[in-house]
Write a protein that binds this ligand. Structure first.
Ligand code: GTP
Length: 363
């Protein structure tokens, strides 16, 4: 049996098994097996991929990838929002490579990537899908682009990214799995779990983990436990832009807005409401402003450094100079993240919006 046939068989069995207390173990094991098989497919596809043309250099303060079916208007939007000159064609698959563009917005430089249209089967290596997936995994935000008449594409795109280990709009579950040499699987959790301990052990056994300490600090479900075991998942926020609203009649536009209340409804071609996409991108990236203050001197309050929430002093060092982390002595912080003005802090210190930072570097 080929791996694809095996996957189909497990999927079929899952579909035909009704969830209840008696079947929950069986379902858990099937899900674990399915995740392992799918991961195998993704790995095989990746090892065959040449990767040519997909090593886009990251630049700017954050990176956004446009994800959508062919011809939804990705190139058009990229050209409107950035300095890129992506070829726009009235036929499918005009974007054969990754086209990067830089968008300057509210002091931030945001890199936007236009990748070949993602179509069904991407995660298992169909078309250029696997390379697209590799690009998406490394970005800070996914911007789904939908054609106002093809809203059903959203579920297909999301499912495709899910299969490839990309988890959208959720945080990584707080699960720590420490492998041991002996002693079996020992589970401790701080929350009431819907899975019992035997099921957790069964799932770990599916991945040949027979001895481990498992600490669970979230109320996770089976899928999230599998994610934690696999370890290669990425967690990325996402937003939606619905394009070609100029072609839609008021009724279908209303229906679309009800389906996706948080989306931006735009016409890339006719310049309708593109500033809403810009705002949504900026907000979703969750930026904060950091002001650098030379030692003993006043801070530069004119030009903040734009970084994502969660940035550490070490990240700031990396952004300024490739040697700064190595030559770092200490930093001083004024502002929300400081316990007192001028607090000394190390590389791991997490900064907050509008902090003033002085870096003391060995020269
Ligand atoms: N009516 C209308 N047409 C649009 C709009 N945006 C883009 N188009 C047209 O849709 C077609 C496809 O646009 P592209 O920007 O090439 O689409 P794409 O998503 O980059 O397509 P691929 O490169 O094939 O993945 C072109 O003919 C565009 O002129 C819009 O807002 N309204």
């Amino acid at each position: 049996m080929s791996i694809q046939e095996e996957i189909a068989q497990v999927e079929e069995e899952l579909k035909n098994t009704v969830y209840n207390k008696a079947t929950s173990h069986h379902i858990g094991k099937l899900k674990a097996k399915l995740a392992r098989l799918r991961d195998e497919v993704v790995k095989r596809a990746a090892s065959k991929s040449s990767g040519e043309g997909y090593s886009v250099k990251k630049s700017g303060d954050a990176t956004v990838t446009l994800v959508g079916f062919p011809s939804v208007g990705k190139s058009t939007l990229l050209n409107k929002l950035t300095d890129a000159n992506s070829e726009v064609g009235a036929y499918e698959f005009t974007t054969l490579d990754v086209i990067p563009g830089a968008m300057e917005y509210k002091n931030a430089t945001i890199q936007i990537l236009d990748v070949p249209g993602l179509v069904k089967g991407a995660a298992s290596g169909r078309g250029r899908g696997k390379e697209v997936i590799a690009v998406v995994r490394n970005t800070n935000l996914v911007l789904f682009m939908l054609d106002v008449f093809q809203l059903q594409h959203y579920d297909i795109l999301k499912e495709e990214l899910y299969q490839a280990g990309i988890r959208l709009d959720q945080r990584a579950p707080d699960v720590v799995i420490k492998r041991q040499d002996r002693g079996g699987v020992i589970v401790s959790s701080t929350k009431e779990l819907e899975m019992d301990e035997d099921l957790i052990k069964d799932i770990l056994n599916e991945y040949k983990i027979h001895n481990a300490h498992v600490l669970i600090r979230d109320n996770i479900n089976i899928d999230q436990l599998i994610d934690a075991v696999m370890g290669n998942r990425v967690y990325i926020p996402s937003i939606i832009a619905v394009n070609k609203v100029d072609l839609a009649d008021p009724m279908s536009l209303e229906a679309a807005k009800r389906k996706f209340p948080d989306a931006a409804f735009i016409s890339a071609d006719r310049d309708v409401d593109l500033h809403i996409v810009q705002d949504n991108i900026y907000d979703a990236l969750d930026f904060i402003r950091i002001y650098l203050k030379p030692q003993g001197g006043p801070a530069d309050l004119e030009e903040p450094m734009i970084v994502q929430n969660g940035t550490t002093v070490g990240d700031v060092c990396d952004k300024l100079h490739r040697d700064f982390r190595r030559k770092f002595r200490y930093s001083q912080i004024w502002g929300r993240s400081a316990k007192h003005p001028g607090q000394r802090a190390g590389l791991d210190h997490v900064l907050k919006d509008e902090d003033l930072v002085t870096l003391i570097i060995n020269m």
